[in-house]
Ligand binder design. Structure first.
Ligand SMILES: *[C@@H]1O[C@H](CO)[C@@H](O)[C@H](O)[C@H]1NC(C)=O
Ligand SMILES: *[C@@H]1O[C@H](CO)[C@@H](O)[C@H](O)[C@H]1NC(C)=O
Ligand SMILES: *[C@@H]1O[C@H](CO)[C@@H](O)[C@H](O)[C@H]1NC(C)=O
Ligand SMILES: *[C@@H]1O[C@H](CO)[C@@H](O)[C@H](O)[C@H]1NC(C)=O
Ligand SMILES: *[C@@H]1O[C@H](CO)[C@@H](O)[C@H](O)[C@H]1NC(C)=O
Length: 839
């Protein structure tokens, strides 16, 4: 009773403290009509339409005054026949130019720029480079784009005019824009107070004067739903699905309702989020027995900048509860508590399915990621545990003051120049050389990977340039992410002491691997492609796209990449203790304990399980071996080299030539029969690693007696005889619990089954290894019968409350429905992902 009261008291305190988080905006049923509403078709004499909205010519509108000394109206070479699109024309600025728009109602406005870098006879818009300012504040700096992109800003206008300026970078460059939208935001779209600052301090701090910030939309996500286009949105926004951002896809389950949301005064309005956002959500996937009873759903949102402040707006609508006060959950941002014991019923004034939103201010981490998690609250008690999320918006707070002084400096220079001509001429020459040098260094290879921004438009399949972007959008799920990973070549030169031979820690088909230290003191492994190596640019880019999407404790992560001149460099986190192999056998090893070995195997199994089923679903490693499992300073294992897999035409080549030798003992026999790798091929290779770990010998040792050469065959003979303990690492004799060994041997044996269908999934392998670890730590105390029992029907582990299905039935089930599609997916991904030699 007392505890209960305390809980209620606690709840009240939390709710009161966090009350400012609730935003009040009145619901409106009619469609939103902005007071100020400019839709401008730049560089065109005619109207054009986009999503049924009419964009009017920039030169003819009464309330738009346009000034530019040297601006050009440009028309795309291949205009479509049917209805004209603003993307067929552009205004090009060869020097500074601006639009001035009269504002009827001051306050928050949405400002959008549409860029479609088409090519005409005189201009290649993809090579433009410029800055964009609104009322003197820099919105975009050194901007250039190779793909169709929409940039959205939320800007507070204080006076009765907004001036939008385009400033080419340097004298040789130019700027352009295809269409501009400026319209009044709904009342209270951004409210000044109430956003909570997320920090480690644990204190509750509010962010002040939020509406004065310039916000750039980075991501807008319809969680659990489908893509929403401007047709479906009250403010003509685009919302994208969340799947690619889920850290563990299998932790989340989509839910949807057919009932329109119950918009309430005091909650979110239809302009804050349209019906479709609130009618879908992700909830905890409680069918996933692997995860136990309590777990979080986590999304990693790549925001493209390190350590920047962001407004994180979360949208909620309880579409899962049958009645009020049935759902209590916690919200985390960047692993810090953002809202504890959230009860949507109480904050929506006791109505179900009522939309609300909450604003938080959070920084992106060093990797340029904002992490959002939801998980069950302790208050759930006997209630069904659950947690939901309906939508996420992430907007960057733009503070581009540094370059603004740069711009000012330039102006001052010119003024001084007219006075002290000679001297400044020299300066200008120097400046020109600098700019030229910079240009040459940075560009101009057209890089489809280079797409910036948050919602590349793909609805306009009519013109040639939009096709160009289409490939990018479809082929690069991480396209919002990997731009942040770029590292300048000079930084890598510094990091590796100009690729000092003494720092080489490995080599392979791709090139040399160097140890390096970045400027922020992060140790890294720098893999430098051999210029002219057969691993081409597209494969390199696909690797970055795929790898940048993967973040997991047990996978070696990509820190960055460099693509300049003829350099192709991948930068990975540095693994202090090197490959597992080194610790198993070899001259200077310190033998690992059985527990350590189990933990290492469990870690690697986790990493692989994630590759196969996590947010990067369907990736097959293809080269699991003890040299590709690396250990960090704490002996935490991570799977490496998962991106550089082989496939396609080079497969046969690798077969017969050198590549095969290194990994020979690990190769799935079924692969020879079917010529097709599946995730079960990884399971096979992992089985070999398990025996390697147990026996401390190489997978293939040609110097041994014939029947011993191949570890997999040899160990299986002993395993089948039930005498595995005869061939274990002498260092382990007397130190392994026999039940643990038995479980381990059975697991490895199953992995090495001849046919993929008979092998367990990585999830099952992981489970069995955890069980083997548990037996090692506590098994010896178990009574005999219980031990026998447990081999076929393991008891629940301490961290789980649900016993997973027996591995075999589990496997078959997955085989049946999962195989075809996963083959398809992986072959799609990996047809582009190949190296020719082994590593
Ligand atoms: C262009 O659109 C504006 C506003 O929708 C409309 O008033 C005007 O008549 C249109 N002009 C042409 C030529 O269609
Ligand atoms: C904004 O508008 C209000 C009323 O419309 C006016 O009183 C106020 O001075 C305006 N603010 C600025 C900075 O122009
Ligand atoms: C916030 O705005 C108020 C009034 O608009 C102003 O007095 C105050 O100085 C601002 N605070 C900050 C931190 O900018
Ligand atoms: C979005 O709008 C389009 C065009 O009006 C429509 O076909 C589609 O069904 C809508 N999608 C949703 C999810 O409402
Ligand atoms: C959810 O994530 C938070 C933050 O990382 C963590 O503190 C918490 O323990 C997690 N909860 C569960 C049930 O895993």
């Amino acid at each position: 009773m007392e505890a209960h009261q305390e809980a209620i008291h606690f709840l009240c305190v939390t709710v009161t403290l966090l009350c400012p988080l609730l935003h009040f905006s009145s619901p409106s049923l009619a469609s939103f009509i902005p007071t100020d509403n400019y839709l401008i078709n730049c560089g065109s004499p005619t109207n054009a339409s986009l999503y049924n909205r009419f964009f009017v010519p920039d030169a003819s509108s009464k309330s738009v005054s346009f000034s530019a000394d040297n601006s050009i109206s440009l028309k795309s070479k291949t205009p479509p026949q049917d209805s004209p699109s603003p993307y067929d024309t552009a205004r090009v600025f060869t020097s500074d130019g601006s639009y001035k728009l009269n504002i009827k109602r001051n306050g928050t406005h949405l400002v959008r720029f549409h860029f479609s870098p088409f090519e005409s006879d005189n201009f290649k818009l993809a090579s433009a480079k410029f800055g964009v300012l609104a009322n003197g504040l820099l919105l975009l700096q050194d901007f250039s784009t190779q793909v169709v992109v929409l940039k959205e800003f939320i800007v507070k206008v204080d006076g009765d005019v907004i001036e939008i300026e385009f400033r080419p970078v340097g004298d040789k460059n130019f700027g352009f824009v295809n269409a501009i939208e400026v319209f009044s935001a709904p009342e209270d779209f951004i409210v000044d107070d109430g956003a909570r600052v997320i920090s480690g301090s644990g204190s509750i701090e509010e962010f002040r004067n939020l509406s004065s910030e310039i916000l750039e939309t980075i991501l807008r996500i319809n969680v659990g739903g489908s893509e929403l286009t401007p047709f479906n949105d009250t403010l003509w926004r685009t919302w994208v699905p969340d799947d690619e951002f889920l850290v563990l896809k299998s932790a989340a389950k989509r839910v949807a309702t057919t009932h329109p949301p119950n918009y309430q005064k005091g909650g979110a309005s239809r302009e804050i989020g349209p019906d479709n956002v609130y009618m879908t959500a992700q909830e905890m996937n409680r069918d996933n027995a692997m995860l136990g009873a309590r777990f979080n759903i986590t999304w990693d949102f790549p925001v493209g900048s390190h350590g920047n402040r962001h407004l994180v707006r979360l949208h909620f609508c309880d579409i899962v509860s049958p009645s009020l006060n049935q759902l209590y959950f916690n919200v985390f941002i960047n692993d810090y508590s953002a809202y504890k014991d959230l009860d949507l019923s109480s904050i929506t004034f006791h109505s179900l399915a009522s939309p609300v939103y909450m604003d938080f201010v959070a920084d992106s981490d060093d990797a340029g990621v904002v992490r959002v998690s939801v998980g069950p609250s302790e208050l759930s008690g006997s209630l069904k545990v659950n947690a939901i999320l309906n939508g996420v918006e992430i907007m960057k707070m733009v503070h581009l003051t540094v370059s603004e002084t740069g711009e000012k400096n330039k102006k001052i220079w010119i003024v001084v120049g007219s006075v002290v001509g000679g001297f400044v001429l020299l300066c200008l020459v120097a400046l020109a050389v600098l700019v030229l040098f910079k240009c040459r260094k940075k560009k101009p290879k057209p890089r489809p990977a280079d797409s910036v921004g948050w919602t590349p438009l793909r609805a306009y399949g009519c013109s040639s340039h939009s096709k160009m972007s289409e490939g990018t959008v479809n082929a690069s799920p991480g396209q919002n992410g990997y731009h942040r990973l770029k590292i300048p070549f000079t930084d890598l030169q510094t990091a590796t002491n100009n690729f000092d031979k003494n720092l080489i820690i490995g080599s392979g088909g791709f090139g040399m691997v160097y140890k390096g230290v970045l400027r922020d003191n992060t140790k890294v492994a720098v893999k430098r492609g051999v210029p002219g190596s057969r691993q081409g640019l597209p494969e390199f880019q696909t690797e970055i796209t795929v790898l940048s999407k993967i973040r997991h404790r047990h996978l070696v992560s990509l820190v960055g990449y460099c693509e300049e001149q003829s350099e192709m460099i991948l930068v990975y986190e540095y693994m202090e203790k090197g490959p597992l192999k080194k610790h198993l056998y070899g001259p200077d090893r310190t033998p690992l304990s059985w527990k350590q070995r189990l933990e290492i195997c469990i870690g690697a199994a986790r990493g692989l399980h994630y590759l196969h089923t996590g947010s990067a679903e369907g990736i097959i490693h293809r080269d699991i071996k003890s040299t590709n499992i690396l250990l960090d300073e704490n002996y935490v294992s991570k799977v490496a080299d998962f991106g550089l897999s082989r496939s396609g035409p080079c497969l046969d080549e690798t077969h017969v030539s050198t590549g095969v030798k290194g990994s020979f003992g690990y190769l799935d026999p079924e692969y020879f029969r079917r010529q097709q790798l599946t995730d079960k091929s990884d399971v096979y290779s992992f089985g070999v690693v398990l025996f390697e770990v147990l026996c401390a010998r190489t997978a293939v040792d040609p110097l041994l007696a014939r029947e011993q050469v191949n570890l997999a065959e040899w160990a299986m003979q002993w395993q089948k005889k039930g005498m595995l303990e005869h061939i274990i690492d002498p260092q382990l004799i007397g130190k392994i619990n026999l039940d643990s060994l038995k479980k381990f041997g059975e697991t490895a044996e199953k992995c090495l089954a001849d046919y993929g269908v008979d092998r367990p999934s990585m999830g099952d392998v992981l489970w069995n290894l955890e069980y083997a670890l548990q037996l090692q730590e506590s098994g010896s105390g178990l009574p005999r019968e219980q031990r026998e029992d447990s081999n076929t029907n393991p008891p629940a582990l301490p961290t789980r409350t649900i016993v997973p299905q027996a591995p075999s039935s589990h496997v078959r089930e997955k085989e049946v429905d999962g195989n075809a599609s996963s083959d398809l997916r992986t072959s799609q991904v990996f047809s582009q992902l190949m190296t020719n030699e082994g590593r």
